[in-house]
Design a protein around this ligand. Structure first.
Ligand SMILES: Nc1ncnc2c1ncn2[C@@H]1O[C@H](COP(=O)(O)OP(=O)(O)OP(=O)(O)O)[C@@H](O)[C@H]1O
Ligand SMILES: [Mg+2]
Length: 290
């Protein structure tokens, strides 16, 4: 946290007075993330994405179909929050290194598509896993490894693919919750469903645990064109070629176990190693060609 304060002071010291129009727009954007997305990121969210962006609850769960726009929504919310809330830390967490990199690529895609003038006014430094904003805010993306995550104090924690965490009880309650103890921070857990022996299942469906959570549920019917990005013909095709349990899980966004899977889903989740990067296949091929 000390380092965050030092860096924040450094960027704040360099902050130039903003152009009046930019300042007005930023002020409006503070309470209107959909306006922020359109004005600064040239991105028009669908209505179910706006619902997540404007949700002021402290605990938010987002259960959506595959390809509904989960990663995109988290990326936009993280940028909006950092840009309009000075001196805050937004932490983005994903099950693996690869998935946190995908998230950061999405964030960077938005930042590099901004008008140069806006980007220069708002963004200090863009690195692979960390982004500095000139208002002293910081965005960090990490895989869900307890070793990497410990030690942060966050104002907003955004989790992508929350159903796929190994040791998720430890990650949620021993690592992520304490980060927000002093900040009254917001926790957003977004995912397509997976196993029932998971925190993500409980915050969506457990009669007691789910009570404290604001819930967003978006099955495929709610996110086909023109209301979302999915082509209706794609859904027809997937229905033909996908086992029914998997379709209900991935597109109806229901918690359904595979009838004929060899390994239980929760065992598969336990095997995800957050620290492993994808193997570079070209390196293997080059090795065998030698
Ligand atoms: N509001 C939007 N307008 C246009 N395209 C969008 C919008 N939101 C998302 N998309 C597009 O939809 C596609 C899926 O988005 P995204 O990767 O965020 O979905 P996802 O739910 O995270 O997918 P997955 O289940 O594979 O992780 C991407 O090509 C993205 O650019
Ligand atoms: Mg995604």
């Amino acid at each position: 946290m000390e380092r965050l304060d030092r860096e924040a002071d450094k960027w704040l010291a360099q902050l130039q007075p903003l152009d009046t129009q930019l300042e007005d727009d930023l002020e409006r954007a503070k309470d209107d993330p959909a306006f922020f997305a359109e004005r600064f990121l040239t991105f028009r969210p669908y209505s179910y994405q706006i619902a997540v962006l404007i949700d002021k609850s402290k605990r938010i769960t987002v259960r959506m179909s595959r390809q509904a726009g989960k990663t995109t929504t988290i990326a936009v919310r993280a940028i909006w929050f950092a840009a309009t809330h000075p001196r805050t830390l937004s932490l983005i967490v994903a099950p693996s290194l690869r998935q946190s990199m995908i998230m950061m690529d999405r964030v960077q895609g938005f930042l590099y598509a901004m008008k140069t003038q806006d980007r220069k006014a708002l963004i200090g430094k863009i690195q692979r896993t960390v982004i500095w904003f000139k208002n002293g805010s910081q965005m960090v993306a990490l895989p869900c490894s307890p070793n990497l995550l410990r030690g942060y104090t966050a104002h907003q924690v955004l989790i992508d693919e929350a159903a796929f965490f190994r040791d998720d009880e430890v990650i949620f309650y021993n690592v992520l919750y304490p980060m927000m103890a002093t900040t009254n921070g917001t926790l957003i857990a977004s995912s397509t469903p997976w196993g029932k022996d998971s925190v993500f299942y409980k915050i969506n469906s457990h009669p007691e645990i789910s009570k404290g959570w604001s819930k967003h549920y978006v099955p495929w019917q709610a996110c086909v064109k023109p209301n979302g990005p999915i082509e209706p013909s794609f859904i027809e095709e997937v229905k033909q070629v996908t086992p029914i349990e998997r379709f209900r899980r991935e597109y109806d966004a229901e918690f359904v176990e595979d009838e004929d899977s060899y390994f239980p889903q929760d065992l598969i989740t336990k095997c995800i190693d957050p620290d492993l990067a994808m193997i570079d296949e070209s390196a293997i091929l080059a090795f065998h060609r030698r």
